[in-house]
Design a protein around this ligand. Structure first.
Ligand code: SAH
Length: 349
C-alpha cells in the first residue's frame, strides 16, 4: 500500500505497472484527484469497475488533518496541521496584491540551530513526507473560495528544506505536474540556511532559490548560524553564483536585521560588497520577536537607514513586509512546541 500523495506521476505509473495495471491509469488518477478533487475511486467513471474496486488496496489517500486556523488583522492566515504522534507543523497563507503565497513547512522542528529563529528551539523531530507537504497546499486550498487559488509556494515555514531534499523535491515535482496541480516551477521558492552540497538541486528542480545570508562575514554569521562553520560564506556565495549561472535567474538573499548585531551602516556596505557580483535581490527582514530570544528588532529609523545605505551602495533591495505578527505567523515565529508549554504569547502589532 502506498500513499497516492507521496508519488510523482512517474512513480505512480511505475507502481501501477508493477501491479499489472496499465500506465495510463496514472494520468487518470492524477486528473481525478488533483484536477477534479475527486477522492472516491467509485466516482472515477472512466476507470473500470474491477480496477475501482482494487485501487483502495493499492493506494491510500491520507492527508494531514488541519487542526486550527488563525486569521491576522492583516489578512494573513496560519494553519496548524496534525502530523501524528502529537506532532504538528504550521503553514502560513499570505495575500499580497494579485498573489496568494503559501509558506509551507518541510520538517517538524529543525536542527540548524539558528540563534534568532523560534523554530530552532524545537529540535528536529521528524522530516515530512511529500504527501505531508503537498497536503498543506491541498488542505489550505480546500478552505479557499472557488475563485481563489494559491499562486506561489515558498519553503520558508518550519524546518530546513535542504535537510529533507528528497521529499521536498518530490513534492515540488508533484505540485508542478501538468496532470495535477500544474504550478509553475518558477512560482515555487526553496529557502535554505546554506546546506551547500544540496543547493544545486534547487536549480535542477527548476524552483527558485532563496538563501538566508544574515551575516556579512564568517564571524558574525557563524555566531548566529552554526551551519556557517560547516559551509562558510565563500562556499555559500559560490553556490549562489552557480545557481545563477545554471538557471539565468537571480537568487534571493534574505538578511535578518538584528539590533546591534547585523544592522549597522557598515554592515549594509559590507553586504553590498559581498554580493555585488551576484545576480540577486536582497530581502531585508526586520527581526520578529519571540519569547526569550535574546535579540531585538531594530528601530524603524535604523531599519530605514540600513535599507537606504544598501540601496545607495547599489544593491537591489526589498524590505519584507511583516505579516501576521499578531498571530505569530511572521518569519521565524513558527513553532509547535511552545504552545504545548503554554508560553505562546502573540505579539501586539
Ligand atoms: N530553514 C530555511 C527556511 C526558513 S525561512 C532557511 O533558513 O532559509 C525563514 C526565514 O526567516 C529565513 O530567512 C530566516 O533567516 C528568517 N528568520 C528566522 N527567524 C527570524 C526572526 N525571528 N525574525 C525574522 N526573520 C527570521
Amino acid at each position: 500500500m502506498k500513499n497516492f500523495y507521496d508519488l510523482t506521476a512517474a512513480e505512480l505509473a511505475d507502481y501501477l505497472v508493477s501491479k499489472d495495471i496499465k500506465k495510463f491509469r496514472a494520468q487518470q488518477l492524477y486528473k481525478w484527484i488533483y484536477g477534479q478533487n475527486e477522492t472516491d475511486f467509485n466516482n472515477m467513471t472512466d476507470i473500470s469497475k474491477t480496477l475501482r474496486a482494487q485501487l483502495p488496496e493499492l493506494l491510500s489517500l491520507d492527508l494531514p488533518a488541519m487542526l486550527t486556523e488563525h486569521i491576522s488583522k492583516d489578512g494573513t492566515r496560519k494553519y496548524l496541521f496534525d502530523m501524528g504522534e502529537g506532532r504538528s507543523v504550521e503553514s502560513v497563507l499570505i495575500p499580497s496584491g494579485d498573489r496568494l503565497t503559501l509558506c509551507v513547512s518541510s520538517e517538524v522542528g529543525c536542527n540548524m540551530a539558528c540563534k534568532f529563529c523560534y523554530t530552532a528551539k524545537q529540535k528536529l523531530q521528524r522530516r515530512l513526507k511529500a504527501s505531508e507537504i503537498v497536503g498543506q497546499l491541498l488542505g489550505v486550498s480546500s478552505k479557499l473560495p472557488e475563485d481563489m487559488r494559491i499562486t506561489n509556494v515558498v519553503f520558508m515555514g518550519m524546518g530546513e528544506p535542504l535537510d529533507n531534499s528528497d521529499e521536498v523535491f518530490r513534492s515540488i515535482e508533484i505540485m508542478h505536474h501538468s496532470w495535477g496541480l500544474n504550478m509553475s516551477r518558477k512560482k515555487i521558492t526553496v529557502s535554505t540556511s546554506g546546506i551547500v552540497p544540496e543547493m544545486h538541486k534547487v536549480a535542477d528542480s527548476g524552483a527558485r532559490l532563496a538563501v538566508s545570508l544574515n551575516g556579512v562575514n564568517d564571524e558574525v554569521r557563524s555566531g548566529i548560524m552554526p551551519i556557517n562553520k560547516r559551509w562558510p560564506l565563500t562556499d555559500l556565495l559560490q553556490a549562489c553564483r552557480d545557481y545563477c549561472d545554471t538557471t539565468g535567474d537571480r537568487v534571493t538573499l534574505e538578511y535578518v536585521l538584528l539590533k546591534d548585531v547585523t544592522d549597522s551602516i557598515e554592515d549594509a556596505r559590507a553586504l553590498y560588497e559581498l554580493t555585488k557580483d551576484i545576480p540577486c535581490k536582497i530581502n531585508i527582514i526586520p527581526f520578529n520577536e519571540h519569547p526569550n530570544s535574546g535579540f531585538q528588532r531594530p528601530s524603524e529609523r535604523a531599519i530605514q537607514r540600513f535599507q537606504n545605505a544598501l540601496m545607495d551602495a547599489g544593491s537591489h533591495v526589498l524590505r519584507r513586509k511583516t505579516m501576521g505578527r499578531d498571530i505569530y505567523a511572521a518569519c521565524g515565529q513558527l513553532t509547535t512546541v511552545a504552545k504545548q508549554q503554554n508560553d505562546f504569547q502573540p505579539a501586539t502589532v
